[in-house]
Design a protein around this ligand. Structure first.
Ligand code: SF4
Ligand code: SF4
Ligand code: SF4
Ligand code: FES
Length: 691
């Protein structure tokens, strides 16, 4: 039975304090509002005790003690501030300043630097020790972050963050003495290293050694901290809904921080990925603030709202064939629902899909197929990866869609020795993979089928009618032939066999399915992975031991709202008139562009001028960007719905998306049963919960 830690009574600066044993002096002081300065310490990281800035006097001992690593003991008497302690801290700080170039007027973090703040606090107005003039390198090989070794104080926070939060183990110390430096892997540049560009090292760096290359001009003098607002929010980039803190100045997000926490049981620990931390700071194009119409000579001209809306009504009403709607699944559920009703009920669209249509369709169809034998199951959540004793990653070329999942897998492989198997054309968790079964793209389905057939042969399943039908479906599979078809040579086949054995002997595996097993031919493969997961039983929450990495931030919301819908098999020329609802995507590489040539009419509702559609669309209607309006988003596994509040002010001339969509729907023959935001929200939540 667990016992709670014994209370210990200590005196800190003449205050008698009772704290649980094993609490450090620093924690005890902080819990009671007594400030001790720190540099290498951070509550989200393990304690290191390297910088000595936090020194205190214990029981009158003249040898000062680092309070961030020293636990309290009964009767301890601690003094946190006296002349000797301040002098010691100041000298430590002077040495840190003297070792490298901290002449910070050109530092992007100036005014926002813990080292600088401590110098002010300790009134360190000049150096009494000699200064080094050694020049250290600056690494600007990353698009997102720069690493200026001249500003580094070797506090190790980045090294620990990279290990303990990102699970990446990229950063370490290299060289010795005065040349001691933080290095990436075996001392290569950031771009050549295995860095994930998650930026958690940057968030935890107390100086300007690691700084963002986006919007840094906002950090320098003339933009005081007091002009900033910090708003709690969450990222809608991939369905993991990582908590964020948005630092906002003059209605611009200038920085996005992860919400770090010291609860090392949580799956994500406050990590963000490059998409959630940096990409969001990019401006995707020219902001659209007024409706626009393309004239017959191809030029785009601003128009009034009435003219643009009339043009849409005239070109969409009364046509019964070839109507299509495409919606970004980065939109909030409310926007997706009204758009769906407008297209299906208002304009009787033949085809309604998200931009990444085929992937989502295959997921929906796989669930339908599974539901014919096994009812009412759902997907697992990222936290379940932490309990896994085997991770099977299939069809993931890189963790681009849900980057934090890769970090969690790397952590459990390294920290707990959990074996990982990868099936696909790329080893997405190299070099941590136990079994890598390389197949050319498109061969994953045949290998997954063989994997399942082999597991079914080696592992007894319950004699229920559902399993009887699965067993009869798979008993005729020729595994050897499938392995040859998948292109596995003798040594690959050994790896395959070993991976199957590992899976068969595992108690709580988790399967991560990526884009390589989605699309037109992915339905069976996804269903086979679902069945593979079911061979290990379901989780207490009635979930499969499986996570499907969906293509976009609110893909699951789109699925729950019944999108894709209608005739989803595209025939060239079948689309004639349509409407698109976009978020911030750049469509220049999108496969959907080929389907938008020679249309009779295309209206696009979008926050930015869509360059890729400049010669395809006919009317553009502006809408706010995601952070300018409230909306509900559904988590990757479909079990959580969160409302994200507007964090930025919307331009006066742009209506909220729901109002624009409602104004359009009112120009159709369909009369929805909602007219206010509250009704729309209630309606969408009812559908999502039932979906
Ligand atoms: S880069 Fe920053 S966090 Fe890393 S050791 Fe240097 S000062 Fe500390
Ligand atoms: S960006 Fe992330 S992965 Fe790269 S060095 Fe920093 S913490 Fe490590
Ligand atoms: S992992 Fe997903 S939710 Fe988290 S920051 Fe990245 S894109 Fe956003
Ligand atoms: S903060 Fe305690 S040693 Fe650095």
């Amino acid at each position: 039975m667990e016992t709670s830690p014994k209370p210990v009574t200590v005196t800190i600066d003449s205050h008698q304090i009772s704290v649980p044993e094993n609490t450090t002096i620093l924690e005890a002081a902080r819990q009671h509002g007594i400030r001790i300065p720190t540099l290498c310490h951070h509550p989200a990281l393990s304690a290191w005790g390297g910088c000595r800035l936090c020194v205190v006097e214990v029981d009158g001992n003249p040898r000062l003690t680092a309070s961030c690593v020293m636990p309290v003991r009964e009767g301890m008497n601690v003094v946190t501030t006296n002349d000797g302690i301040i002098a010691a801290r100041r000298l430590i700080l002077e040495f840190l300043y003297a070792e490298r170039n901290h002449n910070c007027m050109f530092c992007s973090q100036s005014g926002d630097c813990e080292l600088q703040a401590l110098a002010y606090e300790l009134q360190m107005d000049h150096l009494t020790v000699p200064q080094s003039f050694e020049a250290f390198p600056v690494d600007i090989t990353s698009e997102y972050m720069a690493f200026d070794h001249n500003r580094c104080i070797l506090c190790g926070r980045c090294v620990r963050a990279c290990r303990e939060i990102a699970g990446a183990y990229v950063l370490n110390y290299q060289k010795r003495g005065i040349q001691n430096q933080i290095a990436f892997d075996l001392d290569v540049s950031r771009s050549e290293s295995s860095c994930l560009e998650c930026g958690v090292c940057m968030q935890l760096c107390p100086t300007g050694a690691i700084f963002s290359r986006y919007r840094t001009h906002r950090s320098v003098l003339g933009h005081p901290k007091s002009a900033r607002q910090v708003k709690d929010s969450f990222c809608t980039g991939c369905g993991l809904m990582c908590d964020t803190q948005l630092v906002i100045e003059e209605n611009h997000v200038i920085r996005v921080d992860g919400c770090l926490h010291s609860d090392h049981d949580g799956p994500i620990l406050g990590q963000l990925c490059a998409r959630g931390r940096f990409e969001i700071l990019k401006t995707p194009g020219h902001r659209l603030l007024t409706p626009m119409i393309r004239e017959s000579d191809g030029t785009w001209n601003p128009s009034s709202w009435k003219v643009a809306m009339d043009r849409i009504e005239k070109n969409m009403n009364g046509f019964n064939m070839g109507i299509f709607g495409l919606v970004s699944s980065r939109c909030a559920n409310e926007q997706i629902m009204i758009f769906r009703d407008m297209m299906l009920k208002g304009w009787k669209a033949d085809y309604l899909n998200v931009l990444e249509g085929p992937s989502l369709r295959s997921i929906a169809d796989a669930w339908t197929e599974l539901g014919k034998t096994f009812l009412a199951l759902k997907e697992s959540h990222a936290g379940r990866i932490l309990d896994a004793d085997h991770v099977l990653v299939v069809g993931v070329s890189a963790f681009n869609t849900q980057p934090a999942i890769g970090g969690i897998i790397r952590r459990i492989v390294l920290e707990k020795g959990v074996p990982a198997t990868v099936i696909g054309s790329v080893d997405a968790i190299s070099p941590r993979t136990r079994h890598y079964i390389r197949v050319t793209p498109g061969k994953e389905p045949v290998l997954v089928q063989a994997f399942l057939a082999q597991v079914l042969k080696s592992q007894h399943q319950p004699g229920t009618p559902a399993w009887e039908s699965v067993l009869s479906e798979f008993e005729s599979i020729d595994i050897q032939k499938s392995l040859s078809l998948a292109g596995l040579d003798a040594s690959d086949q050994e790896i395959f066999q070993s991976a199957v054995n590992t899976f068969a002997h595992s108690q709580s595996p988790i399967i991560i399915a990526g884009r390589g097993v989605m699309g037109r031919f992915g339905v069976n493969c996804l269903r086979h992975l679902m069945l593979l997961s079911l061979t290990k039983g379901i989780l207490p929450e009635n979930a499969l031991r499986m996570i499907i990495l969906k293509p976009d931030g609110n893909s699951t919301g789109s699925l729950k709202l019944g999108i894709p819908a209608g005739n989803t098999i595209y025939r060239p020329g079948a689309w004639q008139r349509g409407v698109m609802l976009l978020e911030d995507e750049n469509l220049s590489d999108s496969l959907v562009l080929n389907r938008l040539n020679a249309l009779d009419f295309l209206a696009v509702i979008t926050p930015y001028f869509p360059e890729a559609l400049a010669d395809k669309a006919h009317v553009l209607i502006p809408r706010p960007v995601g952070l300018e309006e409230e909306g509900t988003y559904t988590s990757l596994n479909g079990q959580e719905n969160r409302v994200r509040q507007a964090a930025l002010d919307r331009p006066d001339q742009v209506s909220e998306s729901w109002q624009t969509l409602l104004a359009l729907i009112q120009r159709t023959e369909f009369h929805p049963g909602y007219a206010r935001w509250k009704d729309i929200h209630t309606s969408v939540m009812r559908e999502i919960r039932a979906g």
